[in-house]
Each structure stands twice: as C-alpha cells, then as structure tokens.
Ligand binder design. Structure first.
Ligand code: FMN
Length: 332
C-alpha cells in the first residue's frame, strides 16, 4: 500500500505525507525529517494568507524550503477576504509541489475568521474562493477537510463539496475523518474511508491517529481504497517513522542526538525567543517515546529560555531513558 500517488501528473513516491501542524512542521522540523527520508511529501504549517504577504520567503521559518526536503506542499488558510491574487502571485517565486487550502481546522479563532472548517461549511463562500483561486492559479491545488458538522447528516453536504472540488479542478483531497466538533481525543473514523473514496475519482489521502504500519495492515479494508496516507503527531514523536512505513532499513537511533539536532536546526531558523515555543511543542511529542517522558516534559515546562529547554531535555535524554512500547503511543 502507498507506494506512489500521482497528483496532477506529478508522481510522489511513496504516497506518504507529513500532516500540516501549526507550531510543529516548520522549516527546521522538515529539515530533520529530510535527514531520515521515507516520506513522499511534506506539508508546511498552515500559513495565514494575509500574513504570508509580509513574509520574506527564503528567511521565514513558515515559508523557507531547503532542497533536501524534496516535495513540499504549502498550506494556506483563507476566508477569501485576503488578496488571494497577490498570494498566488507571490507563490510563483517559491518552488512548491502543490498548494493546499485548509478546510478542516476547527479551532474557534480560525473559524471566527471564516477560515478552516467555517469555509468548508459555507458552500457559497467556498465556491467563490475556489473560483477566484482558479482564475489566478492553474497549478496543483489540494484541500484538507474533516467530515463536516453532524454525525447523522454529514454525508450529503460532503458529496456536494466533492462535486465542487471536482468542478474546481482540485487534484487531491486529504480527509481527516472527524467531525468539526470533535477534538483529537475521539478516534478518527477510518471505517468511513472506503465510502469516501467511492464517491469521487479524485485521490483521497487518509489521515488521523495512524501510528504504525502494523495497524494500517490490520485495517486493510479501511485503508486500501486510499491513494495516500498522511501522518501527523506520531512524526513528531518518531521523526524516522516514515522509514518504517516505506520499508526502509531501521537506523540505530541516538534520541539525545536527534533532539539536539532539532535544537540546532530550530536555532538556525529562528531567534531564541521564537525557537523557545517551537522546541517546547516538539518536546511535548518527543517525550512520548519514553516511559517517564512526562518527567522530561515537566522539566521543560519550567524552562524560561531555549537554552534551558535544551539543558532540561538533554539532562533527561542522556540517562538512556526506557522506551515505551509502540502500543503505548496511541494518542486516543
Ligand atoms: C499541534 C497541531 C497543529 C495542527 N495544525 C494543523 C494545520 O496547521 N493545518 C491542518 O490542516 N491541520 C492541522 N492539524 C491537524 C493535523 O494535520 C492532523 O489532521 C491531525 O493531527 C490528525 O492526524 P494525526 O493523528 O496523524 O496527528 C494540527 C494538529 C496538531 C496536533
């Protein structure tokens, strides 16, 4: 499964994607993943269409892309009130594999700005936004969605939006099968993937709670109809995990060295005061590798500077802490 996917004539192999994660999938994190490989394409964090216009593409951690990363998909959130024409014009100077529109983010502050799940809900606005984008951008365009708002009635609106995506020349759809009202605690509804994939000829990339190749194989019926697979939080826990999914040889891992490398990469791309929050966020996930990972995170919580975060993290990691069993890594 997931050997390759073709999105608008571009072959991506393997068909394995890093999920967009605000605060996590910045340029330093993507550089770390590039050291290990095994993925097909990496998503950026969600970029605000209006803020993007003020970024310096090759300096900002939001937009910077290194050649070693390979295929990178830039994700935007928009309500349509921004100068989208200028956004897409600016993107012509940044090498990218695709541009993705976030139609799934349920965060209240994003929905209040008519973006994310709120744009998915508002069919007329969504149609107007996609029409405008298609007038100024003929390149590869993808979307990332949740199921909708209501457990009983999401299917019909979902089908209507699939038709809109087909008519708008969208090239692939990532589906994170939760409702817009559901937090990450409730399990993703993998069992809906076959129904969703059967409704459209567009490639469907499945996402949500996948932590191991073993569980994908154990749920073959759910995953087989998908054209691609997207991994999110588990990649921050195990930055080498794409190698397992891609069947690449296992590496001998020095987790203290990996954490420290992430520290160096982050400090290369961000001033210490901005690196601080990113390192804490990364460490929150990385700590889940260990039986006593909460001790590592507790120490880091007390840190007030990036350098203190490093001292706390390494103090824990250099004791060769015991690893948790894979099964213990499930997020729900
Ligand atoms: C910290 C964090 C930030 C996220 N930011 C984004 C984002 O910017 N854009 C987006 O489409 N989804 C975002 N998501 C959702 C993920 O892309 C993904 O759909 C979700 O985490 C489920 O996948 P997983 O179980 O593999 O992590 C975020 C999730 C997390 C945990």
């Amino acid at each position: 499964m997931f050997e390759e996917i073709t999105i608008n004539h571009t072959r991506i192999a393997p068909a394995l994607f890093l999920a967009p994660m605000a605060g996590v999938t910045n340029s330093a994190f993507r550089r770390l993943l590039a050291d290990f490989g095994g993925y097909g394409a990496l998503f950026t964090e969600m970029l605000s269409a209006s803020a993007f216009l003020n970024e310096r593409p090759d300096e900002s951690t939001y937009t910077k892309r290194r050649d070693c990363e390979g295929a990178v998909i830039y994700q935007f959130r928009t309500s349509g009130d921004e100068n989208l024409e200028a956004v897409f014009e600016k993107m012509t100077s940044i090498p990218h594999t695709a541009i993705d529109i976030n139609l799934g983010c349920p965060a209240p502050e994003i929905q209040q700005q008519a973006s994310g799940a709120a744009l998915f809900r508002d069919f007329d606005r969504l149609k107007a936004v996609l029409t405008r984008i298609r007038r100024c951008y003929s390149g590869t365009l993808t979307v990332k969605v949740r199921l909708g708002d209501d457990a009983e009635t999401w299917r019909q609106p979902f089908i209507e939006r699939l038709r809109l995506f087909e008519d708008s020349d969208i090239h692939a759809i990532t589906v994170h099968p939760r409702l817009s009202t559901e937090k990450l605690k409730r399990r993703a509804r993998w069992e809906e993937f076959p129904w969703i994939a059967a409704q459209t000829k567009l490639p469907i990339i499945g996402n949500g709670d996948v932590c191991s190749r073993k569980e994908v194989e154990a749920n073959r019926t759910a995953f087989e109809p998908l054209a691609g697979l997207m991994l999110g939080r588990i990649v921050a826990v195990k930055p080498c995990i794409f190698r397992d999914f891609a069947g690449l040889p296992k590496l001998a891992l020095d987790r203290a060295e990996i954490w420290d490398r992430m520290y160096r990469y982050t400090l290369e791309d961000l001033p210490p005061e901005r690196a601080f929050g990113r390192l804490k966020e990364f460490s929150f996930y990385f700590a889940k590798n260990f039986v006593f990972g909460h001790e590592m995170f507790k120490g880091i919580q007390k840190a007030r500077t990036a350098e203190q975060v490093r001292l706390e993290a390494l103090r824990f990691l250099e004791t060769q802490p015991s690893l948790r069993a894979d099964e213990g890594l499930a997020f729900t």
